[in-house]
Ligand binder design. Structure first.
Ligand code: PDD
Length: 277
């Protein structure tokens, strides 16, 4: 059997990737990005728990028991002699099968995970970043960390083209999260962020920052804010496993607060650093 590709016709068996693969054909799969500091996982329990929650939500059978998953993830770092700052990307798809929308019978999931070096974004975290606002056109189940990331990819690309680091997503003006991070507005010493409903990803760093705020008696208010509220923001920051606690100093043409990272954000950065280190 010959397959038409971007260059030539290739024998089905010689294709370098499994073309009848549900991750490739349907985005039918889930993933995680786990941070590694000095060769050790950060928030590993949160990531593993979310992975199994995502799997359950899309009726995907993960081919490893949880205990085994921990062991294999740990072996991945040992085998690769990871001693520095890195990230692990893991994805699990429903497997390889002839293309039919409904789940294939007797097909097992495909899983892979690999390590990639990831230095901390020290300069950006110190100076802050700029963001754009962008419509959130995603589906309603963004709490599932699914491989369907086309809206996120397009939003991030738009940000890049405008020289910005992130795209802040909003539904009719109500801010949900960013293309690959959660977002928080600071006003009168209080932190506001979208509630952990089904339409945003429940970030592992988000839940950690929630705890930091509780420990330090900083009010953490899970109430969505709007784009118009940005003009009253004293500080704005985003979080993710790769961006940590990142100050946002400009959104579109609007300068946030004094245009530099604010004291509450810097305080949370210090707490994060202690927690991760
Ligand atoms: N993204 N929201 C979205 C849409 C995300 O994709 C991510 C993470 C987050 C933050 O989640 P966490 O704190 O668990 O990293 C929020 C990862 C880093 C990515 O897709 O590369």
């Amino acid at each position: 059997d010959y397959v038409l590709t971007e260059q030539e016709f290739v024998n089905k068996n010689e294709l370098k990737y499994p073309f009848e693969e549900r991750g490739l054909q349907f985005g039918d799969g889930i993933y995680e990005v786990i941070r590694v500091y000095d060769g050790e996982y950060y928030l590993i329990d949160e990531h593993v728990e979310r992975l199994y929650r995502s799997a359950e939500a899309v009726k995907l059978q993960i081919p490893l028991e949880k205990q085994e998953m921990y062991q294999r993830l740990s072996d991945l770092l040992t085998k690769n002699k990871v001693e520095t700052n890195a990230k692990v990307y893991m994805q699990i798809t429903r497997g390889s099968a002839p293309r039919e929308h409904a789940f294939p019978i007797d097909t097992t999931a495909n899983l892979y995970a690999y390590v990639q070096d990831l230095p901390r974004k020290t300069k950006l975290m110190k100076e802050g970043i700029s963001a754009i606002s962008y419509p959130d056109v995603r589906w309603e189940w963004c709490y599932i960390k699914s491989l369907n990331l086309l809206p996120n990819v397009i939003a991030k690309q738009e940000a890049e083209e405008k020289g910005s680091f992130e795209a802040i997503l909003h539904k009719d003006g109500e801010v949900t999260e960013c293309s690959s991070s959660n977002i928080y507005l600071v006003r009168e010493g209080k932190v506001y962020t979208h509630p952990a409903k089904k339409n945003i990803l429940h970030g592992c760093v988000r839940s950690r920052v929630h705890k930091f705020c509780e420990d330090e008696e900083i009010p953490f208010i899970e109430e969505a804010f709007r784009l118009e509220d940005l003009q009253y923001a004293e500080e704005l920051f985003l979080t993710s496993s790769t961006a940590e606690v990142m100050p946002v100093t400009k959104v579109d043409d609007l300068v946030i607060g004094e245009g530099k990272p604010g004291p509450l954000t810097r305080n949370l950065q210090r707490t994060y650093e202690k927690d991760a280190g």
